[in-house]
Design a protein around this ligand. Sequence first.
Ligand SMILES: Cc1cc2nc3c(=O)[nH]c(=O)nc-3n(C[C@H](O)[C@H](O)[C@H](O)COP(=O)(O)OP(=O)(O)OC[C@H]3O[C@@H](n4cnc5c(N)ncnc54)[C@H](O)[C@@H]3O)c2cc1C
Length: 456
Amino acid sequence: MTPTKRPDIAIIGGGIAGLSAARTLFHQPVHIHLYEKRNQLGGRIRAIKNPFDLPDKLARLDHGQHALTGGHKETLALIQSYSTPAVAQLRSSVIFPNQFSVTRKYLPAPFHWLAGLLLSPDCSQKDIFSAIKLGCYAVKTKISPLSKDILLSELCSELKLSKKLLTYLITPLCLAALNTPAHKASAQLFLNILHTLFFTDQQASDIFLPTTDLTTLLIDPIVNQLKPDHHIHERSRIVSIKITQNGFLLTFDRQGFLETQTVDAIICATAPHELDGLIHDIEALADIHQMIQHMEYETIETVYLQYPPQCQLPYPMIALHMPFGQWAFDLGQFRSRYPNLDRDVRGLISIVHSASSGIPKNERQSLIKQLHQHFVDIGLTPSSSPIDHLWLIDKKATWRCSPSLIRPTNHTRLHNFLLAGDYTEPHLPGNIEAAIISGQKAAEQLLLNLGIPPKK
Ligand SMILES: Cc1cc2nc3c(=O)[nH]c(=O)nc-3n(C[C@H](O)[C@H](O)[C@H](O)COP(=O)(O)OP(=O)(O)OC[C@H]3O[C@@H](n4cnc5c(N)ncnc54)[C@H](O)[C@@H]3O)c2cc1C
């Protein structure tokens, strides 16, 4: 590379990690070539056409319900940098209607949740002591992490936590935050999350639900900034990476035709299981290749149930004790907090089933009936039947947060080859926040490598 030439940087993967890297680079003196194998950008937060036949409906839905917490600080900042109001905030609560309920109070953390537990008629002294014990453990391990990571279920039995705390708080929180059941999940990663959500600030545990699809909020604005000066190649799957004297030679498959591109540096922002085929023959990346072989994945299933627009659940968000689903979101109620938005999702309820072992197709209809009956029992008003439904499944929704899993970070031993993606952030589970931070960090590191001073 001559000193005056703008370096060519390839970003492999047009998910939010790749786009976050591109956003960090796009004002810099570089040429970005972003490759996405699908015919649309967004990766796991890509949009789908809203299939429900209703007037004034929202045009697109996310390919799977996504919820953010106040702990998604970079994500919320990014969304808000493009559009306001874009997320509806819900004071954190866990409500299993007619069974268990706790809502945080207006106090500084962690007293907001402590007061919530103390004032909940469903919590006994034993439950509150259990919660305090676990909270103290989260603070302790923030300062001095566990010397040996263990399963969350093991930690819970070591601490002799109450059954109610396990059933109504720890199990649903672990599934929601780590997409991993407690008997397979890393205790340390769960404690990190607990610390962020309940011990940092009052709003960190609150739920922030996007009021429209994430492509409109995050993907399109970044793409619009990139498009004028950089190259975005959709339907272009990178099939091989070769190391050359001055950089890399990429071969990509653009709708059945092979093309090549030489670049000075690469940020590889695919999911870990998609990285395997790209790096398996690169010796300098053998350690990364070995790490990703040990990673396992968890499924998430989302069901969108479209009711007539006037239908509402008694709460915007409820926890479920059902054969299918751990959380249900009444999207119309979230969105009604911003009545000036032009399209609505009234009557649309999304149900999320994390760490699913896969529901056979022939069982879906009966599960939908059970869900509907549950909604009627807890006070769906009026109690009409759903008009339609959409069942979505992502078999590798996130990597499994197993104890002591050794994961790659942004850095690799190959000069000017960096990684980004939700699996590269050491203290976070696989989520949007991790993906966004990883993209920013990979891009900043690359600028340092290339001797380009960072611009804000
Ligand atoms: C159903 C579901 C629900 C979720 N819920 C939440 C939630 O509530 N909150 C939360 O924070 N997170 C949630 N997540 C996780 C979140 O979506 C992901 O952590 C995040 O989107 C990962 O982004 P990424 O850019 O790292 O990876 P990806 O989005 O997977 O992006 C990788 C991209 O690389 C492309 N690619 C792969 N190989 C190649 C190649 N050879 N050439 C070119 N392109 C390639 C892929 O097509 C993809 O677009 C959920 C995920 C799913 C699936």
